[in-house]
Write a protein that binds this ligand. Structure first.
Ligand SMILES: Cc1cc2nc3c(=O)[nH]c(=O)nc-3n(C[C@H](O)[C@H](O)[C@H](O)COP(=O)(O)OP(=O)(O)OC[C@H]3O[C@@H](n4cnc5c(N)ncnc54)[C@H](O)[C@@H]3O)c2cc1C
Length: 421
């Protein structure tokens, strides 16, 4: 791969050389087979790249349609509809890959086989897992899957997002919203703060006497100065931020009474959005790829599991060093991983990759902020490339904020087209 790019290498882009190498019969005379589990930002991208490289690839996805989390905070705040987040898999099915609508229920790494919910077995030479996250319903006392029907997490987009949006729209005048953010690591580090911003915008413009209390299980967070500067300017009377040091960690919830407790206080909420701690999607743990942290350690150049040879883990499920759990990261990791798999199957040494992540957050309509990073393998992890990346300027005119909001929207259109066609 050309250094400084997260795109597939020239070999993969050209396709011909890789395809020719792969056209050679593999062991036993059959071409190598790759199975990809999960057709989200990571898995769908990896499967597309592999198909473009001439690989026999089967993509297994449990859902009928993909509903993107990216942009879903705007849905919560009534700024866009859930349909703007929803993508079909039709175009993916036309790329030469085999799309199987099923849940992968078990992986047998010794036999190199994935079993689906209906008992069908898929053999693989290499397996890529991109299952996203599971919510840890055992982590906050009182908060389980049933409690999430009263106090939505909305951290997997879809019915939960719509539920939270409805609850917010129905909040009484002078009501209280409680939003909790978990400790690191979790899906989308700036996500809770973008959500707080857009809920605050909703309250300011629609229910001006209502309040938002943001309870945080940590003291520092992504783009903190940018968020706090914006909050002081836009939402001084709406949003109260409570960091860990001031008692922000949620110790218990009571969904029947709509009460959220910390070690220091008890808050009665009209709307409570509890974002619990998370771990890698269940199939990653079943396959033996997750360690005690609940996440999956990987080789930073190939995304091959450190625990189970022949299985690669990308996206939110992976421990990717300094690289945050984002859609942009999952998409970049998928491209690097797909090329590494093509190289490994062809008996070539994978190249030393560079990966990029940029994350835009919307603080209000027409007010965006961003953070960017470049990452490379270093000491067995993905590390920041010194001097690369950065955050948008703290003191920027409104025109710059408007431009950043437009960039974010434009990135969303581009990446979803790249992933889903
Ligand atoms: C509110 C919010 C806002 C966000 N905003 C941004 C943003 O602005 N920018 C950004 O870059 N990122 C953002 N993110 C993060 C982004 O959504 C995730 O990082 C991204 O979706 C991770 O991609 P993934 O492929 O790892 O997992 P996912 O996109 O979750 O895909 C996993 C797929 O695997 C499928 N699956 C899981 N298990 C199985 C199985 N056993 N069998 C078959 N299928 C299975 C699931 O159905 C799903 O389709 C945001 C997240 C949230 C919650």
């Amino acid at each position: 791969m050309p250094r400084g790019s997260s795109a597939p290498t020239r070999r993969a882009l050209i396709g011909g050389a890789a395809a020719a190498a792969l056209a050679r019969p593999a062991i036993g005379g059959t071409p190598p087979r790759v199975v990809v589990v999960g057709a989200g930002f990571g898995g769908a991208t990896a499967a597309r790249c592999l198909a473009a490289g001439g690989i026999d690839v089967t993509l297994v996805e449990a859902s009928e349609r993909y509903i993107a989390c990216t942009g879903s905070n705007a849905v919560v705040a009534g700024l866009r509809g859930i349909e703007a987040q929803t993508f079909g898999y039709e175009a993916l099915g036309r790329t030469g890959l085999r799309l199987v609508r099923a849940t992968a229920s078990a992986v047998d790494p010794a036999a190199r086989r994935v079993t689906l919910g209906d008992g069908t077995a898929l053999a693989y030479d290499r397996l890529i897992l991109s299952p996203g996250i599971e919510l840890r319903f055992d982590a906050v006392p009182g908060y389980d899957a049933r409690a999430a029907e009263a106090m939505p997490h909305a951290w997997k987009a879809g019915a939960q997002t719509v539920l939270l949006a409805r609850q917010l729209a129905a909040i009484p005048e002078g009501g209280t919203v409680v939003l909790s953010a978990p400790a690191n690591p979790y899906r989308c580090p700036p996500g809770p703060y973008e959500r707080a911003s857009l809920i605050a915008h909703f309250l300011k413009t629609r229910k001006p006497r209502a309040k938002l209390i943001l309870l945080d299980a940590k003291d520092t967070f992504s783009k903190q100065k940018l968020f706090e500067t914006a909050w002081a300017k836009l939402y001084p009377d709406v949003l109260e931020y409570v960091p860990l040091a001031a008692g922000g960690q949620v110790s218990e919830v009571d969904p029947a009474a709509m009460v959220v407790r910390t070690d220091f206080a008890e808050v009665k909420a009209d709307v409570a959005c509890i974002i619990p701690p998370q771990r890698a999607g269940a199939i990653a743990a079943q396959a033996g790829c997750a360690d005690r942290s609940g996440w999956c350690p990987i080789d930073p150049a190939t995304f091959e599991s450190r625990l189970v040879p022949g299985i690669h883990v990308i996206g939110d499920a992976a421990i990717a060093g300094a690289m945050p759990k984002s859609a942009f990261s999952a998409n970049a990791q998928a491209k690097v991983c797909a090329q590494a798999v093509i190289d490994l199957l062809a008996g070539r040494e994978p190249e030393d990759p560079r990966l990029i992540n940029t994350c835009w957050s919307l603080v209000a309509p027409g007010y965006g902020i961003s953070i960017a990073g470049v990452f490379r393998p270093h000491d067995g992890l993905l590390a920041d490339v010194p001097g690369a990346g950065g955050v948008s300027p703290l003191d920027a005119p409104d025109a710059v904020r408007a431009q950043e909001a437009a960039y974010g929207e434009s990135w969303y259109r581009t990446i979803t087209r790249d992933v889903f066609g």
